[in-house]
Design a protein around this ligand. Sequence first.
Ligand code: ADP
Length: 214
Amino acid sequence: MALNIVLIGPPGAGKGTQAERLAARLRVPRISTGDVLREAVALGTPLGGLVRAVMARGELVSDDLMIEVVRERLERPDAAAGFVLDGFPRTVRQAEALDGMVAGRGPLTVVEIAVPEPELLRRLGARQVCRACGANAAPEAAAAGRCGRCDGELVQRADDDAGVVRERLQVYARDTRPLVQHYRGRSLLREVDGNAAPDDVFAGLVRAVTEAGR
Ligand code: ADP
């Protein structure tokens, strides 16, 4: 079974949650470019300095920078057996670069998690994340007002502000959705209905990935 997996989907589709579960199930690392960048911003590294303002506006970080970030990450030994990529590629140029990076590693399996826009807006408007560790809050934790993982304070993610969400959805439609065509042409693409309970989405995802390996 091919374990080089890419999840594509609009902001709020549940990629982060599902990527984490899928990576744990398959015993490969989850590589979330959003998390890498948010951590760089939080730590005040040079990368963080370069991307902070762009992220706050909901725009995309430059292809060259992102391609370098992912190239380096995929070279680490833990990614040799496979990976679940979450948040990359986001443009056709990034996808072409990824094709080069994985050449000789076996095929990519790309899964699109589809969710209608009204549901995305509802989810992003309600999303709470931990200020300390960045984890998305599960509903029980959100009700309690504290992070279920580290007991940190829950806050809205900076780019989940309503105006920034609109920009991120437009950027997705304009720059990232065309990837679906890029991959469909080579029959690497599976679609999963993301407008369902997390366990059901996960079951669909596992099915999609397993079938892809046959
Ligand atoms: P989302 O919930 O929008 O999927 P992510 O956590 O994946 O959010 O990413 C947050 C932000 O980080 C993006 O809006 C963008 O500014 C930046 N980013 C993450 N991955 C990439 C990428 N592959 N290319 C360009 N920018 C990226």
